[in-house]
Design a protein around this ligand. Structure first.
Ligand SMILES: [Zn+2]
Length: 730
């Protein structure tokens, strides 16, 4: 077999032969989806026509297993596939033919989508995709529909039909752009019947479809067509001058990586504020070599204006990106902000004009007119989405678009879908119905919270609590490894998402672990800059980091321990708030800050002079900051009482010291866990509610203060101490 240079051939007979027919389909789908050059995330679908036993008659029956709506090929399992009676699907054809209102993009065509569930085999609940007729009506037992950059590059040229013949020598037929649906399936069926030799069809401005009666053969054929297209493109690309001459050659130079990141960190939260409506967005940065080559090029402005081609793309990338006219060599970030502001204004006006020009009587209302892809010469690309995964998918899609334009311009001239066609996809009533079926967003969706002290105890618990409400969590700790461990715990549980775009720290998932020292302003700034690069900005900060220094053996607090206590418990919180406030005001979105004080702030007692005094100062810091940061940011405090369980402030030694102090019996060889629960019960018995206080109890208070549930509360301290009447605030 000829080695593939442009795709990965991964088929392994040993693995495939151990699987049942549906397992083989899932296997083939995962292999195809694992190579970004074969298909984009969420794009493309696969099918197999498999003989199954009918549960009603016990007779053998042909069932079409086809990737259903939602999910993506790379991560698909059996659950992502619908199973439909093949004969019943084909039987829809006379039903459709009898409709007098049939035709491309007609009501009759859309109605057929509602008929697919009636053909379901064996009560499979997966909703069938709109591409189902393509798979059902083609003759092959196995069908792959892919969106490879190399093939879309051919599909997106002005001279696509002729180029398809030239590249594939008649093995691939051609169908001009048609919105996917029943009509496209019928058109493909017609082509396959009329041209008995073809085993694939180029789908103008979309992708391609190929089929075979053997699944391994189908996989190899799909890869072969992509390889052929890529070889043809690369030969022409090199002949035209390669990277040097791509997109008309370079007009700008990239800034050095450190300078790029500095510019991005300084503008991202501000940009996030500009592109977010009442629905906030999460950002992703892409600044790899290919992206930079495009944004720096002479043709970037012209090509960006043409818009993206593949119909899958612009549901996320919008019809076109915002290209910012800025000279990176000037290094003038004020000019950059002005250029972006002007660009966004123009973009919104263009979007509104596109909507009113293309709208139909029953079109859904205009969607958010802000750009989701922003291209900046010298810097790279910034993309936006409702969560991290979606903004990474958006980055991936525009990266695909850049590759498609590179290929199309190398072999011919790139053309985009006509505006009306793009509109009819973006505002398709079926698409709107799909959006309406989506579960409601979680309470803290579209937000980013930083938890300082997330490596252990209350901080870790708060991070776990907040992420359950849909927020993105940055876990920060002096102990970077502990911060990363909490972030990993979250990512392992909630998944990385399906997006694969993003450069450096921006390729993170719903959680990120960072190290920072709250007593060092530069360290805090650097952490906040990383957060901007990772997510585009942040909304909330919870500071749970703190220190308890006991007196020495004589009952005295040494001066340096007094100073360290104040540096961390008071000044640290102030420095975090002060640095964050610059970002908050630049971003201009409402946020919240929650500091950690203590029941000890209100109760004077022996042996914790420095700690108690620092916490009393922290109580007042909450009130002062509430005034300073109003009206944009609410500032509140949580005052826990001694949480022993899971706390870094209660190492074994301190637990033993306390047990001794309160004359609670224990053995020297007793397990730490048992010592901790003895002390926790002792503390609990001193409270009104008589139950041990856990980090999870505290986390609930941080969640409440961060959420919109207490949106009118600022400058307040909430105690979570089980009820200590000595600590009642007056
Ligand atoms: Zn497609």
């Amino acid at each position: 077999m000829k080695p593939y240079r442009h795709v990965n051939y991964l088929w392994d007979d040993k693995k495939a032969d151990a699987l049942d027919p549906v397992g083989r389909l899932v296997y083939r789908s995962n292999l195809l989806g694992s190579d970004q050059r074969i298909t984009n995330t969420g794009g493309g679908n696969t099918s197999s026509k498999i003989t199954e036993r009918d549960p009603l008659t016990g007779e053998p029956v042909e069932v079409l297993w086809v990737k259903g709506s939602g999910g993506d090929l790379r991560t698909s399992t059996r659950e992502n596939f619908s199973s439909l009676y093949q004969a019943k699907l084909v039987g829809l054809q006379p039903l459709y033919a009898a409709r007098t209102d049939k035709g491309l993009k007609s009501r009759a065509e859309d109605d057929m989508v509602g008929m697919f569930p009636h053909t379901t085999f064996n009560l499979n609940p997966r909703a069938p995709s709109i591409d189902t007729p393509l798979h059902s009506f083609l003759p092959g037992r196995h069908v792959d529909h892919m969106h490879p950059n190399a093939v879309i590059a051919v599909a997106a040229t002005a001279d696509c039909e002729r180029l398809t013949r030239e590249i594939f020598g008649g093995k691939m037929a051609y169908v001009p752009w048609m919105r996917p649906g029943f009509e496209l399936g019928l058109a493909m069926q017609g082509i396959a019947r009329a041209q008995g030799d073809v085993r694939a069809i180029m789908m103008g401005q979309h992708g391609f479809i190929s089929w075979a009666d053997d699944d391994k053969e189908c996989y190899a054929a799909t890869l072969g067509f992509i390889e052929q297209a890529a070889e043809y493109i690369e030969a022409k690309y090199q002949a035209k001058g390669g990277d040097e001459a791509a997109f008309g050659g370079a007009k700008h130079r990239s800034l050095e990586p450190a300078a790029r990141r500095a510019v991005l960190a300084s503008i991202l939260p501000w940009l996030r504020g500009r592109v977010s409506s009442e629905r906030r967005l999460i950002g992703t940065v892409q600044d790899d070599e290919k992206t930079l080559r495009f944004v720096n090029s002479r043709d970037a402005a012209r090509l960006a204006e043409l818009g993206t081609s593949c119909p899958d793309h612009f549901l996320r990338t919008k019809i076109k990106p915002l290209y910012v006219a800025w000279d990176p060599q000037s290094g003038d970030t004020a000019a950059l902000r002005a250029a972006i502001s002007k660009g966004i204004e123009g973009y919104r006006a263009d979007y509104a004009a596109y909507y009113s020009k293309c709208r139909r009587p029953d079109s859904p209302a205009m969607r958010d007119p802000n750009p989701t892809v922003v291209l900046i010469p010298g810097i790279g690309m910034v993309t936006w989405g409702k969560d991290k995964s979606e903004s990474r998918v958006t980055a991936e899609f525009y990266t695909c678009a850049i590759e498609v334009m590179r290929g199309a311009e190398a072999i011919d001239r790139y053309i985009a879908l006509p505006q009306q066609e793009a509109f009819d996809i973006e505002y398709w009533l079926l698409e709107e119905a799909k959006l309406r079926r989506m579960p409601p967003e979680k309470e803290l969706a579209r937000q980013v919270a930083i938890v300082v002290g997330a490596g252990s105890g209350i901080g870790r618990e708060t991070a776990l609590r907040l992420v359950r409400e849909g927020t993105h969590v940055v876990c920060v700790d002096l102990n970077e490894a502990a911060a990363r461990a909490t972030a990993k715990e979250i990512t392992d549980k909630h998944g990385l998402g399906i997006g694969v775009g993003g450069s450096g720290v921006s390729s993170c998932g719903p959680a990120l672990g960072l190290g920072a020292n709250v007593t060092d302003r530069a360290s805090i700034r650097s952490m906040l800059d990383q957060v901007a690069l990772a997510y585009g900005g942040f909304d909330h900060i919870c500071v749970t980091a703190g220190i308890f220094v006991p007196s020495d053996t004589t009952g005295h607090i040494p001066d340096e321990k007094w100073a360290a206590t104040f540096a961390i418990n008071v000044t640290g919180s102030y420095l975090v708030a002060d640095e964050a406030s610059k970002t908050w005001s630049d971003q201009g979105l409402k946020g919240s800050l929650v500091l950690t004080t203590s029941a000890n702030a209100a109760v004077a007692k022996k042996g914790s002079l420095a700690y108690d005094t620092s916490k009393a100062a922290a109580n007042h810091l909450v009130r002062e900051l509430a005034i300073e940061l109003a009206p944009l940011v609410r500032v509140n405090g949580v005052a826990p009482a001694t949480v022993v369980q899971g706390s870094a402030m209660f190492p074994r030694d301190r637990v033993i010291g306390s047990l001794a102090k309160y004359k609670i019996p224990y053995r020297d060889d007793e397990a730490t866990e048992s010592l901790v629960s003895k002390l926790a019960q002792f503390y609990a018995d001193r409270t009104l509610t008589k139950s041990p206080i856990t980090p999870a109890d505290q986390a609930e208070a941080y969640f409440l203060l961060v959420s919109g549930r207490l949106s009118k509360t600022t400058g307040q301290i909430i105690t979570v101490d089980g009820g200590l009447h000595e600590a009642f605030l007056r």
